[in-house]
Ligand binder design. Structure first.
Ligand code: DGI
Ligand code: FE
Ligand code: FE
Ligand code: FE
Length: 187
């Protein structure tokens, strides 16, 4: 499928506002891919599909997590986390995506994880700083862009974990592993 076909396909699965977010993520991910020497096509594909099941039926997502033997502890965490791994599954099954890096970028776009590839980091950060995002501190995050991908990623993960802690929300282990990996990395 080309870009327009993919965008039309996701349009049928989400409200217009989420399509606008997705296009913002696409634009930002392509820009970051250019800067950091990652395939722009991969960034585009991962971005267009990253929230493909954001509005899917919750019970169906739960069932898919069980049937596909995804991490069972996902079910103990907020249902907001489910659309990322289930989205990767749908990208593969329904959209025929076979590039494992693209699938992993979708799978880990909400929590992050340790040892992320450049593409995974690009999608995670693009999701957070795309032009339509409005939350306190988002402009500071956008500025981190100039410090390199790892610094940008670190700032985004810190913001995300701080936000969850402020709201007394549990933090999924992969997010902690992601943070630890970024702060202990010597580069
Ligand atoms: O799908 P988007 O809204 O574009 O963004 P996203 O996929 O990054 O999802 C963000 C939501 O997921 C947000 O409401 C916070 C929540 N979230 C992210 N990481 C964690 C989390 N919730 C919990 N409980 N634990 C996490 O580690
Ligand atoms: Fe998402
Ligand atoms: Fe995110
Ligand atoms: Fe998103």
């Amino acid at each position: 499928m080309n870009r327009d076909d993919l965008i039309n396909a996701i349009r049928t699965r989400m409200p217009e506002k989420r399509v606008v977010h997705t296009l913002g993520v696409m634009e930002t991910a392509i820009r970051l891919a250019k800067v950091y020497g990652v395939s722009e096509q991969d960034a585009e594909l991962a971005a267009i599909l990253h929230d493909v099941v954001k509005f899917a039926d919750r019970e169906w997502m739960k069932q898919t997590i069980v049937e596909q033997q995804m991490d069972p502890i996902l079910l103990n965490f907020h249902h907001e986390l489910w659309h990322a791994p289930v989205g990767a599954y749908v990208a593969q099954q329904e959209f025929g995506v076979s590039n494992q890096d693209v699938l992993n970028a979708i799978c880990y776009h909400t929590t992050g994880r340790a040892n992320m590839t450049k593409l995974e980091k690009i999608l995670y950060c693009a999701d957070m700083i795309e032009p339509n995002r409005k939350f306190p501190g988002v402009d500071d995050l956008r500025q981190q862009d100039e410090q390199g991908l790892n610094e940008l990623m670190k700032a985004c993960v810190q913001r995300s974990i701080q936000f969850l802690m402020q709201k007394n929300q549990p933090v999924y282990p992969d997010s902690i592993h992601c943070y630890n990996d970024l702060v202990t990395r010597k580069e």
